[in-house]
Design a protein. Structure first.
Length: 336
């Protein structure tokens, strides 16, 4: 019997607006991307990055992230697309569902590397700025799995069990039609939102930089994903009897630990600029009138003028924009 407090699977899976059909799964993904882009852009700008540079990262990370996410899913669910009676072209229909976050992270990382070279913003600086927005985006994206009636766990008698129709291809054979399942999509979404609170608290207290904040994200997400993935019962590629996503989640934890240790040893000072050496925010080249008769204008690169003390005194989750001391600049009669 379905319990009164159980979670129903929604009947609505898409919105029909005239000839246009908008799948709620895709809408959740898009909403998450927008949230991540806006939040990351704000954090990056307040750390001295160029306003609007985040869109270069979004374009490259989005395109390559989708490719990586779909490719990872198809490879780990090969039998769903290739075989007798199957249409191989369905492997390209990512809008019908079937993308993997680990593939998205790998593809997105390549996109961030490309955008980093274009904008001059450090890869790790962008990654650190991305963390809270990425976690929220992943949480919102998991709601798409709810609309798609997918990614549920094993049977449960808990009051928040998820209702799944017995006609669902992933419904375990032999179970009663009214069986409730662990809502693993909800567990992961809540874990990600909790991660936003915990990691931002860590950032405000210890100010991890140089990629160490992103490393903490990998560790946090990997731990949570290992748990939720171990509950799932939908078909998945196995390696040594273990779901590939469990192995990927464990690899994320290990990678996070390695990045944290290596970056802590390589960079012991304060990150004073989000830009690569020789690159800077175009808006940071400021013309200032000086009293020097040989140089009427002096160009100050705010990125180079930043000091560790300025970074240490900043508040919140953002690095204070570098500043230059203009007190010695004497105004001329024309500027009074």
């Amino acid at each position: 019997m379905i319990l009164p407090l159980s979670i129903p699977s929604p009947d609505l899976q898409f919105l029909q607006i005239g000839p246009l059909r908008i799948y709620l799964y895709a809408l959740c993904i898009i909403t998450g991307i927008i949230i991540a882009a806006v939040w990351t852009g704000r954090r990056l700008s307040r750390r001295g990055g160029e306003r609007g540079a985040v869109f270069d990262f979004v374009v490259w990370a989005l395109v390559l992230g989708i490719v990586g996410a779909r490719l990872y899913h198809v490879v780990t669910h090969w039998g769903d697309y290739f075989g007798p009676g199957l249409n191989p072209l369905e492997a390209f229909a990512f809008w019908n569902g079937g993308i993997a976050i680990f593939g998205a992270l790998l593809g997105g990382a390549i996109g961030v590397l490309v955008a980093s070279r274009i904008t001059g913003i450090r890869f790790w600086s962008f990654a650190d700025a991305l963390v809270p927005g990425l976690l929220v985006a992943q949480a919102v994206g998991r709601l798409g799995n709810w609309f798609n009636h997918e990614l549920f766990g094993g049977p449960t008698t808990l009051p928040w069990g998820l209702e799944i129709e017995s006609s669902n291809p992933a419904f375990p054979i032999g179970l009663p039609a009214d069986t409730l399942f662990h809502p693993t999509f909800l567990y992961e979404a809540l874990w990600n939102l909790l991660g936003v609170v915990v990691l931002l608290a860590i950032e405000r207290r210890w100010r991890p930089r140089w990629g160490t904040f992103f490393a903490l994200y990998l560790i946090w997400y990997g731990i949570g994903r290992t748990f939720t993935e171990s509950l799932r019962v939908d078909p998945s590629l196995l390696f040594l009897g273990i779901r590939t996503n469990v192995l990927a989640a464990f690899a994320a934890v290990v990678l996070g630990l390695v990045i944290f240790i290596v970056q802590r040893r390589r960079h012991v000072g304060v990150e004073t600029s989000v830009y690569l050496p020789g690159r800077h925010n175009p808006a940071d080249a400021v013309l200032v009138e000086t009293a020097d008769p040989e140089r009427f204008f002096h160009v100050i690169d705010r990125g180079d003028a930043a000091s560790p003390s300025a970074a240490d005194d900043s508040e919140g989750d953002d690095l204070a924009p570098p500043t230059a001391d203009l007190a010695s600049a004497q105004p001329t009669s024309q500027s009074k």
